[in-house]
Design a protein around this ligand. Sequence first.
Ligand SMILES: [Zn+2]
Length: 471
Amino acid sequence: MTLAVRAAAGGGVGELVAELSISAAWVVDPDSGREGPADLVVRDGILEALTWLEADDAGDVDGRGIVVAPGFVDLHAHFREPGNEDAETIASGSAAAAHGGFTTVCLMPNTTPALDEPGVLSRIQAAAGASGSPVRVLAYGAVSAGRAGEQLAALGELADAGVVGFSDDGSPVRSPSLLRSALAYAGALGLPVIDHAEDLALTEGAEAHDGLVATVLGLSGWPAAAEESAVARDLALLADVVPDVPGARLHLTHLSTAGSLDLVRRAKAAGLPVTCDVTPHHLALTDEWLAGARRWAWDAGEDPWREEAIVAAPYDPALRVNPPLRSAADAAACLEALLDGTADAVATDHAPHRLIDKQVEFGLAANGISGIETALGLLLEAVDAGHLPLARAIEALTAGPARVLGSRFGRPIGLVEGQPADLVVFDRSEAWTVEPDTLRSRGKNSALVGRELPGRVLLTVAGGRVAYQPD
Ligand SMILES: [Zn+2]
């Protein structure tokens, strides 16, 4: 395989790709359903040719080496601008996204101020333009004014301004009648409501998944029922709205329990217009990491103390996240949901934080994991362990989330000749070490720091321009 890239003015981020030729790489293009050895040529930013190779020409190329895929799409990220630029900016977040292989990101509106009116969207778009990064920054508008959960935000104005959906993420939409109205109005506008499913009455003071680990560590339990009852409520409201507003659409983000995914599975089978995503950390990590275990979810057992799995200090605040890391059975259910199509996408819930908001007692630490750069590595760990086909992992990062966005994705999905090149090249056989210095994000809050992950990204091209190249 050869990779020869020439950018218009020396290869810096933002430069048009003057010429890129990749020969005999493993190409995965989920939307066309194809996977195999191929050659690619990009000229002046346009994907000029994608040539699938016959076995004779492909030599011994397989999916374990260099892989080319469409640029990844993240349905759920927090770039903290405006309001908390010490934790992340649009520029640093875009650099992190590109390092992770992402070329389109959808930002949640829980900024300060919240994205509940078009002026905030304009500020975000201006910051994205000024960043020089070609990563496409899309955003959700808030469901409620100020995300306060009391009055609907101006959904129509926000839709006209270009938001790709509505969410009060960080919090659930607490009032059922408000969510019902949001589903109806957003549906009439052709946009989804993205809900963070959590019954706050069940999670007050909650610190860790309600189970053995929380009990032994003395952390207060965060029951699965807090998520499942919210999912059930959301689905009931959707079923109620759909007959009147056929365009109503609900997307449930960062589902983390077997019960939640089962509810979505049954709702989809019944024909409800619901989609959902799972995160890389809920797939690959479990609550035993809080105790100091560092096994992947698919290797985890029942009791990390009895199984002598503990290798690190307990209570790492980097692992505090909402929803919390769950049991091995829940993580397996996330993987199963991805395999059977119940989960439409993997979304990172990239949640960078300042160290001072994390270097505190576990229960006081801010919720969230800086995860946009480690998403690919965690999925590839599942692929390497034989639990997830490579093509399905890539689909969950590309065509899956693009379909959730629907027409707001705004471009053809996948590797399409004649279109601006939008792709990532990574080497599955090459590992990289997660370190504060190797993360482009300002958020260094990752329990994977110090760890090697497979799938070093060699090049990310967004909209025909260089988004990431190793130094
Ligand atoms: Zn959330």
